[in-house]
Design a protein around this ligand. Structure first.
Ligand code: SAM
Length: 330
């Protein structure tokens, strides 16, 4: 039986954070540098991640996304991907989200190990602004990462961009043009209150609808699917047949929790049932206590039953998540 929560949602997607460290300092994520990092001995080893992944896949997980922090800060990620590849065919999709900085060095090894897809984050096409947003003068490196992803056969390449009022909302149409010119699946994400600096303000959120309208006015868009299924984004193609795709992820203004199929495992082995969970479930201690496979399965099933019905960002009594995006894994 696949994992099912108390609200009749089937859990098919697992996001695994490989590290809480990052070499970028994006203002919407980790503006003041890393908070105290998890102790090294609390971070799951790749052997532990592979073992737990095998159990998750036996419970119906079909997609695994490796993320962080910056996952490629961790050594030997291709070796982990190789382990995860052994979980096919039940595991149908292995993906990675990266800031691209170190991606070209690992692209070929990741592809050879069995990585299916890569998502690269880019929040400005202007060098100075990119540096202001991320704290690192690395736009050229991210461009190189995109080229490298394509050259190594990752097709299509997905791009994530967090749109924030007053910071990069004037670039939305430029991003769409970039997606057309380079044949990219470009995902626009609403700014969520998950930044470690707690600087998020509601008026900084650029609604998905507004992003859609800005692009559609210049490059008319056609919805690809009338239903979104468990996907986070509404997807559009360009009406004139140009390459590329636009996706709009609007968790703040158009909550999609009813169709959520995701759970997360943090680098230090905590299960999070929602990005905005205010508590976590310590799978690492269960694993390290010498629990049997059956006991681990029982623990995971019990945790999934506690998955929150929805997030509460828009409620007056909203309580921020217990940890921020760099810890949780986006
Ligand atoms: N370091 C990798 C990267 O840069 O893609 C992976 C981790 S990062 C936390 C994953 C994604 O979360 C990125 O695309 C990032 O833009 C997004 N993200 C981080 N903080 C966010 C926030 N406050 N609101 C919305 N998206 C956010």
């Amino acid at each position: 039986m696949p994992l099912r929560d108390a609200h009749n949602r089937t859990i098919r997607d697992l996001r695994i954070s490989l590290t809480d460290r990052c070499n970028f300092r994006c203002f919407y994520c980790l503006p003041n540098g890393e908070p105290p990092l998890a102790r090294k001995d609390t971070i799951l080893s790749f052997e532990e991640i592979a073992y737990l992944s095998e159990i998750f896949v036996s419970l119906g997980i079909e997609k695994i996304r490796l993320t962080g922090g910056e996952p490629l800060i961790r050594k030997d990620v291709p070796k982990l991907v190789e382990q995860l590849s052994k979980l096919r065919p039940q595991l149908t999709d292995i993906a990675l989200t990266t800031n691209g900085f170190d991606f070209p060095r690992h692209a070929w090894a990741l592809k050879s190990a069995g990585l299916d897809r890569v998502t690269i984050s880019i929040d400005s096409l202007d060098r100075d602004r990119f540096a202001e947003i991320t704290g690192v003068d690395a736009l050229e490196k991210v461009y190189t990462a995109i080229v490298s992803a394509k050259a190594n056969g990752f097709e299509p390449v997905k791009i994530n961009s967090v749109v924030v009022r007053g910071r990069n909302d004037d670039e939305v149409v430029d991003f769409a043009r970039f997606a057309r010119e380079r044949d990219l699946k470009f995902r626009f994400i609403e700014y969520m209150p998950l930044d470690s600096g707690h600087g998020w303000q509601r008026d900084q959120v650029v609604a998905g609808r507004e992003i859609y309208e800005a692009i559609n006015a210049v490059y008319p868009l056609e919805l690809i699917d009338e239903t979104r299924g468990s996907e986070t984004s509404w997807k559009y193609k360009f009406a004139d047949g140009a390459p590329g795709e636009i996706g709009i992820i609007a968790p703040v203004t158009e909550m999609f929790c009813g169709a959520c199929s995701r759970i997360r495992l943090t680098a230090d082995g905590q299960i999070r049932t929602c990005l905005f969970s205010t508590n976590e479930h310590n799978l690492r201690d269960v694993l390290r206590s010498g629990a049997t496979r059956e006991e681990i399965v029982e623990f995971i099933e019990g945790v999934v039953l506690k998955k929150e019905p929805r997030h509460y960002i828009n409620d007056p009594a909203f309580v921020p998540a217990s940890r921020t995006m760099s810890f949780i894994g986006g």
